[in-house]
Design a protein around this ligand. Structure first.
Ligand SMILES: Cc1cc2nc3c(=O)[nH]c(=O)nc-3n(C[C@H](O)[C@H](O)[C@H](O)COP(=O)(O)O)c2cc1C
Length: 167
């Protein structure tokens, strides 16, 4: 039996969300799935995939425009395959302490696409993240990597189990 093809797409500004997507892709491959990881802007056609995981960074309470546009552009075919969404954001431990609900645009995409689940992972900025706002956050002591590799891996295993388990 050929393994299922899974697209992991991400909308990022500074790379933290790309890192989460890469980890999800690697875990899915460990589990025997044929997973590819692609920037959301590059996704023009999802028909070659059995399932899609789409994530975006959060900025000022909004999900990545790249992720949102990817969802909108491909909505028709996403509605016909299993879809999981994620957000990457909080620069503290809140995402591991409790479930953080999707922001409004993501909740709307969940509904529209019939997505199976959404999860918010912690985010990351460093002293070198470009932009004035990032510099101010870093100066306020917010720099750090809160991406929680164990939680990301566990979530990816859960996706694998849903895709490979008894239908
Ligand atoms: C200017 C700015 C605004 C941010 N706004 C939010 C926010 O509203 N909610 C949130 O959870 N995280 C927020 N963050 C944290 C980012 O979502 C986090 O750093 C994320 O991992 C960045 O992903 P990226 O590197 O893929 O762009 C913000 C970060 C910056 C620099």
């Amino acid at each position: 039996m050929t393994s299922k093809r899974v697209l992991v797409a991400y909308g990022t500004k500074h790379g933290a969300t790309a890192g989460i997507a890469a980890q999800i892709g690697a875990t899915l491959r460990e589990d025997g799935l044929d997973a590819v990881v692609v920037p959301a802007d590059d996704v023009d056609d999802v028909r070659g995939y059995d399932a899609v995981v789409l994530g975006g960074a959060l900025y000022a309470g909004h999900w990545s425009r790249k992720a949102k546009r990817c969802a909108e552009r491909n909505a028709h075919y996403l509605q016909h395959r299993p879809v999981w969404l994620f957000s990457s954001g909080p620069l503290d431990h809140s995402a591991e302490e409790r479930d953080i609900a999707p922001v409004r645009a993501v909740a709307q995409q969940m509904e529209r696409l019939g997505a199976r689940q959404h999860v918010t992972f912690g985010g990351s900025i460093t002293e070198n993240t470009p932009g004035l706002a990032a510099k101010m956050l870093a100066r306020a002591g917010k720099a750090g990597d809160y991406r929680e590799p164990d939680r990301i891996r566990t979530w990816a295993h859960h996706i694998s189990a849903e895709l490979t388990g008894p239908q």
